[in-house]
Structure formats: C-alpha cells, structure tokens
Design a protein around this ligand. Structure first.
Ligand SMILES: Nc1ncnc2c1ncn2[C@@H]1O[C@H](COP(=O)(O)OP(=O)(O)OP(=O)(O)O)[C@@H](O)[C@H]1O
Length: 561
C-alpha cells in the first residue's frame, strides 16, 4: 500500500453553532435552558459545571445523540454533522482483545466496505502512532493503564478521521500527569484540524483548552469564551473556584444574565432560526460485512477468553457426567423397560439442551450494552449483531448437544437408535437449544446488567420444568397449565424426543406392566410426527430473536439511558 493511498487528507475541522438549546425530561424538569454558543473549527473546548449541571446532556445534543426540546445545532452552518467521533466516559471496548485487533475490528465496522485489509492495517498503525500507543498494540485492552485505555477509546473514533470529537469526561479517573498528557494528545488532534469538545470536572483541564463553556447548576450558560476571559468575567485568579463563585449568586440566573448582558454589548444576538439538529447518520457498512466482522470478533473473544470457553464447554460435560451417574443403563430395553425412568431420561436431556442454550445467551447482550450503544452510533445494525451472536454460539451448542446424545447413546442410556433416528433426536435437541439461546438473548436484551439476568434464570427455568408434561403429564394438568404448556419450548423438545425414541411402542408393547397405564396418562403426547415439533421449535427461535431485536430497538440504544 502506498503512502498516498493510506495517509488521510488533513481535516478541515468543523465549526459548531448552538442556538437557544433547551432540554426537558419527561417529568417536565428543564435540565438545559437557552444555551447559545459558537465553536470555531479546530478549537479545544471544555464544558464545565457542577455535577448534574447538564454537561453530558449538552455534549450529547451537540453529538446528535439526543434531540433537544428547543433550539438548533449547526455544523459549518448546515444541519449535517458529517462524521462525529463520540468518546463515552467509560472505556467501552472489549477488554479481551489486543489493542491492534480491537482497532482492526472497529475499522472494519466503520470504514467503507471497499477498504482492503492492508489499508485497514495501515490506518490502525497510523492511529496507534498518533495516539502514542504503537508499543501497546499487542497488549489486551484490559491490561492497558487508565490513560492508555482512554487513548485507545479515542483511537476507535479516530479511525474514521472525524471532523468533530466529543468526549465525555476523558480525564476522569486519571492522575494529573496522565490527564495533561491526554489533553496534549487532544491538542495535537485539534492542530491537525479536528474540533474537540470535552466535558470535565477538573477545572485545571480548562487551561489546556481554547474555550471554556460554564454551566450553572440549573443548566444555564454562565459563560463561554477563552479561559483568560472567564477568569476576568468571574473575577478569579484561577477557575478552580468557579463553582464557588456560581454558588455565591443571590439568584440562579444572576451569572447567565450578566453574561448575556456582556455578550449583547459586544456582539449582536445570535440568530435562532437555523436548521434543525440532524446529525447525518454515518455511512453504514453493509449488513453482511457487519455480520461477518461481528462474528469474527465474537469468536476471537470467546477463544481468547479461555476461562469462559472452559465454562461454556465444561459445564455441559459436567451435566453429562451427572446424567451418566444418575440413570442406569437399559431403561429402554424392550423386554424389560423402565417406563418412568425413560420419561425422566428424555425430560432431562431436553432440559439439558434448553439450559445450555439459555445460559449461553443470557449474559451475551446485557454485559456489553454500552459497547453496543457506542457501535450503534457508528452504524452497527441490530440484526447482524444478533445473528453474529447466534453464529458463534450455535456451533458450540451443536458440539455439546452431540456429546450429550452420543455419550448417553454409547452408554446405553438411550434406545439403540440408528443413523436417521439419532439424527432426528439430535435435530430436536439442537433446535431446542437454539430456541433457548434465542430466549436467553431476548432476556439479555431486556435487562440492564448481569445481576438482573442471573435473577431471571429461575423464572425462566421453573415453567420449563413444571409445564413440560414430564413431571405431570399434560392431560393431567389443570386447564390453565395445559394452555401454558404450549408456550414451553421444552415441551415440544421432550415430546419430539419421546416420539423418535419410540416410547409409545415401548410402553404399549414392552415387557413392563407399568407401560400401558403410563401411556394412558400421557395420552397422545408422543404420537405427533417429529417434524411438527421441529416447526414449532423453529418458530420459537424466530419469535425470540425477533422479540430480542424489537426490545433492542425499543430501548433506543442510540440514546444514553
Ligand atoms: N433521561 C433523563 N431523565 C431524567 N433526568 C435526566 C435524564 N438525563 C439526565 N437527567 C438529569 O439531568 C441532569 C443533568 O444530567 P447530566 O448527566 O447532563 O449532568 P452532568 O453535568 O453531566 O453530571 P455529572 O457531572 O454528574 O456527570 C441531572 O440531574 C440528571 O439526573
């Protein structure tokens, strides 16, 4: 790749103008009011204010992530923002992957599809150098220092060379020397043409900025201008005391009114009739490429996280060991079957497949919601995101389901079924695991964190035990229970396995006197052709995945929650 092809042209920087911005929340409370300010291309701007003053809200409005309830934002005089790099407060990138790998995946999700692997490699190297991270390229993100992780988070956005960078508290949690180093990096970015806006609690950060925007506790603009002008305006030698000065005001609007007066005297009022806020959505990489990149990244994360992989594969093997210890061989022996044991074996196999699928899916989304939210801003779509999860986890489930059936069959815990019937048992179990995986993803999409997801586990498992028809046959249930049993994916798996395993014939014609009465209690539970069970299980897969998608759309991941 030649330098001409890989070195991006210098950015022009983007001027931002906000006019009369206001933001109210559902309760009616106004968290920002009447904010008008102009930011010149290539400026480094700090937004300061007490906790809860509305700094993040203002930043998100400037980013187009939130729509204001009043006012407008324009970028270089137009409503189209172009590419904006939004760097959230938390270092939200996967911690398992080496930094350069993380950036490669981020680049493949953000840069145009036509960008080749060499060009992506060059771009990643360029960004690493620019953020002074070249020597950390092979270090897993989780092992980087706080300051390095912040720079890594900025590097993700720098890949697309945005004209505007908006950073939420980039210096929080950093020691002062590292914070200064980071601010220098931001200054260097601004010098190459990017406009930088950041929020900060460290008023000393302001000295490294061209402009400071001061908000009052009530979300009003107390000042915007150079740090020197701010010191003069507030009559302070250091802006460290600016919050005290604001709090000394006799009325909330005192400083905003004084500033408005001063500004009006110096310049004409800013016009408020610009175009509406409309950050242009970033040009998206196609769905297929997104799916391929996300799948590759998920697979690499699973493989690199050895402990997770060991748990994913090891826990089903432990369950398999328990089954082998629990069930004696020969329960399906036609001359002397144990009908009640056959029910339990089939039920627990079905439940095993369900449980593996559910637990595989349950933590997948809720543990990376902030990452997903960030990637949604970069144009990642939800359907490829969900399918990429399934693409990586389903083969693992296929492996453990095969081991479960193969070993139990080999140890004479299952009937000696031949190739086609074994394949049918396997298809039923795998579809059941897939439905449970989709259910797990749905629940993971609906909750906010891993603790909530874990609390849901009993709620999801109990009905799949009670209403399946194994512990109590469906015909023997109360009417409500019978209806509920239709909604249990595990019921269809259990009955499908029973059909293929030939329990009807075994109980009716086998050598156990317990068989016929048991068959009478179960009615025609096992007489349905197994493809009907497959259709229903396939329907559950689609239903749960569709619902997971809808839940994520509804959560409106483009907005901060
Ligand atoms: N969606 C929302 N619904 C209700 N209140 C909200 C919402 N978003 C923000 N707020 C409130 O608006 C105020 C401003 O929030 P914001 O996060 O912008 O402040 P901040 O200055 O960034 O605070 P901090 O410095 O503590 O991060 C806070 O009181 C916050 O609780």
């Amino acid at each position: 790749m030649t330098t001409e092809q890989t070195t991006s042209p210098p950015r022009a920087g983007v001027g931002i103008a906000a006019r009369g911005l206001g933001q109210s929340v559902r309760s009616g409370r106004q968290i920002l009011a009447d904010i008008s300010l102009s930011i010149a291309p290539g400026e480094v701007v700090a937004i300061v204010g007490a906790s809860g003053a509305g700094k993040t809200t203002l930043l998100e409005i400037l980013a187009g992530v939130q729509q204001p309830t009043a006012g407008t934002v324009t970028y270089d005089g137009t409503a189209a923002a172009g590419t904006i790099g939004v760097v959230p407060q938390d270092d939200i990138i996967h911690r398992e992957l080496p930094l350069a790998r993380t950036l490669r995946y981020a680049a493949r999700l953000r840069l145009p599809s036509a960008t080749g692997p060499d060009e992506i490699g060059d771009r990643v190297a360029e960004v690493l150098a620019e953020l002074r991270l070249t020597d950390r390229a092979a270090t897993p993100v989780g092992l980087l220092s706080g300051g390095e992780r912040k720079r890594a988070s900025i590097a993700v956005e720098l890949l697309t060379r945005p004209g505007v960078f908006l950073l939420d508290e980039p210096t929080s949690g950093l020691d002062p020397a590292i914070a200064v180093e980071l601010l220098r990096v931001l200054r260097a970015l601004a010098d190459t043409g990017a406009t930088i806006v950041l929020t900060t609690h460290q008023v000393t950060d302001v000295d490294h900025c061209d402009r400071v925007v001061v908000l009052t506790r009530q979300g009003r603009l107390a000042f915007t201008g150079t740090p020197a002008a701010a010191r003069e305006f507030f009559g302070l030698r250091s802006l460290v005391e600016v919050h005290l000065r604001l709090d000394e005001a006799t009325r909330p609007a005192e400083w905003p009114d004084r500033f408005a007066e001063q500004r009006d005297a110096e310049q004409p009022p800013l016009s408020t009739d610009d175009a509406d806020v409309a950050a242009t959505p970033p040009r998206r990489v196609g769905r297929l490429r997104q799916w391929a990149v996300l799948t590759a990244r998920n697979a690499e994360i699973v493989v690199r996280n050895r402990l997770t992989l060991a748990i994913l594969l090891g826990s089903p093997l432990m369950v398999l060991g328990m089954f082998a210890l629990l069930f004696r061989p020969g329960a399906f022996e036609p001359s002397r079957p144990s009908p009640t044991v056959t029910v339990m074996i089939l039920f627990w196999i079905a439940f095993g497949g369900f449980f593996f699928g559910l637990t595989y899916g349950l933590l997948q989304i809720c543990t990376e919601l902030p990452i997903l939210r960030r990637e949604r801003l970069a144009g990642v779509r939800l359907a490829p995101y969900l399918l990429a999860k399934v693409t990586v986890l389903l083969p693992l489930l296929a492996l453990v389901d095969l081991a479960l059936l193969g070993v139990l069959r080999g140890m004479d815990r299952l009937p000696p079924v031949g190739g086609t019937d074994f394949a049918a048992l396997y298809a039923t179990l795998l579809l059941s695991s897939a439905a449970a995986l989709a259910l797990g993803l749905l629940c993971s999409a609906a909750v906010s964190d891993a603790a909530q997801a874990t609390l849901m586990l009993p709620m999801l498992c109990f009905p799949q035990v009670l209403f399946v028809g194994a512990i109590l046959p469906v015909p023997a249930m109360a009417v409500g229970g019978q209806w509920l049993s239709y909604a249990m994916s595990n019921r269809w798996a259990f009955e499908g396995l029973g059909h293929t395993a030939g329990v009807e014939r075994l109980w009716r014609d086998g050598g156990s006197p317990l068989g016929p009465p048991l068959l009478a209690t179960y009615g025609d539970s096992f007489s349905r052709p197994v493809w009907v069970d497959w259709l229903v299980l396939g329907g559950f897969v689609l239903l749960f995945l569709g619902a997971a998608w809808a839940v994520l759309v509804r959560r409106d991941l483009r907005r901060a929650s």
